[in-house]
Design a protein around this ligand. Structure first.
Ligand SMILES: [Fe+2]
Ligand SMILES: [Fe+2]
Length: 330
């Protein structure tokens, strides 16, 4: 981390001693990893009114090694730098007292950074569901297990686990008087580049033979990107969740007199905070390992580390541009 970014990192702590940094949220999560994984399961499913397929516990191996790798990634200078960019972008956003071009660009570009569910995770589910038809009977159960874990990664974003999810971003941006963020003039190049990377990840090698190493590795890599993304988002939303209500109220004091409007406005950030995103990341981890066991592809912790670092660097660049957009206007 440069001395400048270190200094600004420090200032965040100084400003609000009780609020946690993205790094601290990461530390808390990684420390509790073993107990989270012990409880991770595909929920049960009602088959008839009085009969249920019980919950299925996730099978995750190499936990100590993964925990070390996650900690190394979290403490790596490029992750630290990316988190500083993100925190600085949020800080610049929180400083705004009116919506200007910077805020509109922030909402547009920030939205691009959250497209992993549709561009990576959902595409993997689609690819696996088509391939399940062509796998041997003994591999089929493995495919279904992988897909069920990936369903747990993606379902909230598709409104299955969070009612009204699709409208949440719009409620928030409307409360900031910024519904125009969708217009193309507010696109941020680095964020477009980032979502293009997500798309390329989701479709990589999709036409290669199903049992080719290239195809198998492309699915494994994409699930590792899902892991990286969900865990990054966990830190990001939890960081912002500490400040969003206060910001909304200072921006839009009328919200204090309408409980439902305030709940809707903060719903996007709070709906993703807590353990929501971390749990998605762990289901992606369980999916990747189950896939590896099913198709005889080793789950390489070093590969996971590499992909997480690469993801953090890429998303960090997007946040750096969001910070620039926010600070170069009004
Ligand atoms: Fe979401
Ligand atoms: Fe998620």
């Amino acid at each position: 981390m440069s001395s400048e970014s270190l200094r600004s990192h420090f200032q965040i702590f100084e400003q609000n001693k009780s609020s946690k940094s993205m790094h601290q949220f990461g530390e808390i999560f990684i420390e509790a990893l073993t107990s989270y994984l012990g409880n991770l399961k595909i929920p049960g499913r009602d088959i008839f009114g009085n009969f249920q397929r019980g919950p299925l516990f996730a099978q995750v191996d190499q936990i100590a090694e993964i925990q070390n790798a996650m900690h190394e990634v979290l403490c790596h200078p490029s992750t630290q730098e990316a988190q500083t960019y993100a925190e600085n972008a949020f800080k610049a956003f929180l400083k705004k007292d009116k919506t200007d071009v910077g805020v509109l660009k922030f909402f547009n570009g920030w939205n691009e950074t959250h497209k992993t569910t549709s561009l990576v995770s959902a595409k993997i589910i689609m690819r696996l569901s088509a391939d399940a038809l062509s796998v041997s009977a003994e591999r089929r159960a493995g495919y279904h297990n992988v897909m069920a874990h990936m369903h747990e990664v993606a379902k909230d974003d598709f409104g299955l686990g969070h009612k009204g999810h699709d409208g949440m971003y719009d409620y928030m941006t409307a409360a900031f008087g910024a519904p125009d963020w969708v217009e193309s003039q507010y696109k941020v190049d680095a964020c477009e580049l980032f979502s293009a990377f997500l798309y390329a990840t989701g479709v990589a090698e999709h036409k290669s033979p199903m049992n080719s190493i290239e195809h198998k590795q492309s699915i494994m890599d994409a699930m590792m990107v899902s892991i990286a993304s969900e865990l990054w988002n966990g830190r990001e939303y939890n960081f912002l969740a500490q400040h969003i209500e206060k910001k909304l109220l200072s921006f839009n004091p009328l919200l204090s007199s309408n409980v439902q409007d305030l709940r809707n406005a903060k719903g996007y950030v709070l709906g993703h905070a807590g353990e929501v995103e971390n749990k998605h990341g762990l289901h992606a981890l369980a999916a990747a390992q189950t896939y590896g066991r099913t198709v005889d592809l080793r789950f390489e912790v070093d590969r996971l580390k590499e992909i997480m670092l690469d993801y953090n660097q890429r998303v960090g660049k997007a946040f750096n541009s969001l910070h620039v957009a926010l600070t170069s206007t009004g």
